[in-house]
Design a protein around this ligand. Sequence first.
Ligand code: GLN
Length: 489
Amino acid sequence: MINSSLKQLGEMLQAKKISSVELTQTFLDRIQQYNPSINAYISLDETKTLAQAKAADARIAAGNVAPLTGIPIAQKDIFCAKGWQTTCGSKMLANFIAPYDAHIITQFDAAGAVNLGKTNMDEFAMGSSNETSYFGGVKNPWSFDRVPGGSSGGSAAAVAARLCAAATGTDTGGSIRQPASLCGFTGLKPTYGAVSRFGMIAFASSLDQAGPMAKSAEDCALMMNVMAGFDERDSTSLNREKEDYTRDLAKPLQGLKVGLPKEYFSEGLDADVGKVIEAAIAEYKKLGAEIIDISLPNTGLSIPVYYVLAPAEASSNLSRYDGVRYGHRAAEYTDLMDMYNKSRAEGFGAEVKRRILIGTYVLSAGYYDAYYLKAQQIRRLIAQDFVEAFKKCDVIMGPAAPSTAFKAGEKVDDPVAMYLQDIYTISTNLAGLPGMSIPAGFAQSDDGVSLPVGLQIIGNYFDEARMLNVAHQYQQVTDWHTRMPAGLE
Ligand code: GLN
C-alpha cells in the first residue's frame, strides 16, 4: 500500500477496501517508526490529521469524492496551515501558529486530502542540503550519512521513504528538482504563476513557485489538478482556465523533439550521472523521440545572477521579521534598535544572514546599477536563450543535479560549492519556465553506495501537461520510480 500510486489509493478508498483513517494511520505509524532517525517532519498533529481522515471517510460514504479525497499529503513547512505550527525551518518562526491557510492548503482541504504533517526544510528555503534548518538536517533515505538535497529536504525524504502518499515543495532555484534527483522521485516546478503563492512564506518572490513531489508523473498530475489555478490573492497568479494535467498522459511520444543543451553536459557533471542521463535519452529514442543538439549559452551566468537577485528579494521579504510584526523577539534589550538587532541576530541562522547582507549590499545606492540592474538584464538574456531553444525542440532534457547525494557536512562550510548544486535548475526559475526531475537510474558512489539520479525535463511556458506526458511514457517502460530504499519496506 505504501508504494501504491495516488490513483490506486483513490480507487481503494472509493471501493471502501480501506478507509482514510486506516491509510492515514499506516503512514502515521511509519512516521513514528522512521522519523526519529530521518527527521523529515518538523511538526505532527495526529488529532488534526485523523479528524481530517474521518471527515474524508464521511465524504466518501456520502459519495462526494474527488481524486485525492482521503489521501494523506505531507506539506512543506513553508505553507501556512491554520492552527499548525509553521516555521519555515527557522528559529524566527519556531513559535508561529498560522492563523490562516495558504491557497494550496485550502485547495487540498477542498479536495478532501489529509494534512499528514509539516516537513523539514532549509531555513527560509535557502540551501541545497537541508542543513540550514533550525530543526536539524534530514537523512537521505537511500544512505543515511548523505543529504536529501534542499531546500525541500523533508518532503523529499518523506516521499522517498514512503512516509506520505505525496508531498508539496517549493522551488526558487531548484528546491523541488534537486532533492527529487537526490532522493529518486518525481518532482515538478510549474510555470511561474501557475500555483498561487498566497500563504507561502516568501523567499524570492519573482522566483518562488510551489509544486508537487510524488512517486510518479501521474501522481504529480493529480496533485497539480488540486494545486494549480487562479487566485486573486496572489498578484502574479496567472488568470488562465483550470486545466486537467492528466489529459495528455497516454499520448505516444513518436516525433517528440528533445533538445540537449551542450552546457548541461560539460565539465561540472559527474561522469556516472552523465551515463545514467545518456541511458535515459537512449530510452526516449526508443520511444520515438528525435534528439536535437541545442545551446543555452548563458547557463554559466545563472548562478551569479541568481545570487544577486534572490538575496536582493530575500533581504526585502525578510525585513518583516523584526520581533514586532513577526517572529522571535529577544528576551532582553535596551531600546527599540537594540531589540531589532538582537531579535534578528538570534532568530536567523548564518546562511539567511549571509543572504540578507548580500541582498542589502546589491540593492544599496552605490551598487544597485552595477549588480541588481545588471543581473536583471542578464536574467532577460537567460530567458531569451530558452525562447531560441524552444524554436528547435518541444522539451529540453539533461541532468537535474551535477552529482548524486553528497555526505552531510561535506559542503556546509563552502557556500559556493553548495550553490553549484543548482547549476542545471536555476535558469529555469530565472526564465519562469516549468521543469521537472524524474528517477532515471542509479550511480555508484566512491564508497560503493547505489544512489538515485534524476533526469530533468524542461518545458515551454504552460507546457506542464506535455512534460507530464513525456515523463509518464518513460515511467511506463522503466521502473526506477517504483524503487524503494532498502530497509524501509
Ligand atoms: N539552493 C538554492 C538556494 O539556496 C535554491 C533554493 C530553493 O529553490 N528554495 O537558494
